[in-house]
Write a protein that binds this ligand. Structure first.
Ligand SMILES: Nc1ncnc2c1ncn2[C@@H]1O[C@H](COP(=O)(O)OP(=O)(O)OP(=O)(O)O)[C@@H](O)[C@H]1O
Ligand SMILES: [Mg+2]
Length: 160
């Protein structure tokens, strides 16, 4: 496992299913950055992760319009950040990002690439639109935990 894995999905349900598998495998303290253009499917993937973590459908994962952070309770807490409207890094500090990311929950960050300083993470996922229904997801492991997770994720996908 090189630390990079390419996956392709046809339709939102497949992207959600991939996210769900990650949610099932996620361990405490996991930080995942989601990158890619507007409307490519970052939140869709995050919805799958929430499902895999056992978050109740009564606490739906949405693209927050004003909030930068939504918290959902599952097997582990899920911290869903959307930094699209973030103006300064201080705002991120005000949200308590460091405490959250170093804690025992699972942290997902949409639009982390809007920050000039890269955020530490275990995994970065770059989504790319192929056509109306198809997406390419490039998983890049950034540390040991990310590489292990990726090996499990890719292994699980290959045995489907
Ligand atoms: N293969 C696919 N994977 C994910 N979404 C898909 C796919 N095919 C079509 N879609 C559609 O693309 C849209 C993805 O929206 P979503 O809110 O998840 O994107 P986003 O990257 O979070 O956008 P934003 O940058 O505004 O937060 C949905 O309308 C979904 O139905
Ligand atoms: Mg979104």
């Amino acid at each position: 496992m090189s630390g990079v894995w390419l996956a392709a999905t046809a339709g939102a349900a497949e992207t959600r299913a991939l996210g769900r598998r990650l949610g099932v495998l996620a361990r405490p303290g996991l930080v995942v950055l989601l990158a890619g253009d507007l409307g490519v499917g970052k939140t869709c993937f995050a919805q799958g992760v929430a499902d895999g973590l056992g978050v109740s459908p009564g606490s739906p994962v949405t693209s927050p319009s004003y909030t930068l952070l939504n918290i959902h309770q599952g097997r582990l807490p899920l911290y869903h950040f959307d930094l699209y409207r973030l103006s300064t890094v201080e705002d991120l500090e005000d949200l308590g990002y460091d405490e959250v990311a170093e804690g025992a929950g699972v942290t997902l960050v949409e639009w982390a690439d809007r920050l000039s300083t890269p955020l530490p993470c275990s995994l970065r996922i770059v989504l790319r639109r192929v056509d109306a229904d198809r997406r390419e997801l490039r998983f890049e492991a950034a540390d040991e935990a990310g590489r292990n997770l990726l090996a499990e994720l890719a292994g699980a996908a290959n045995t489907l």
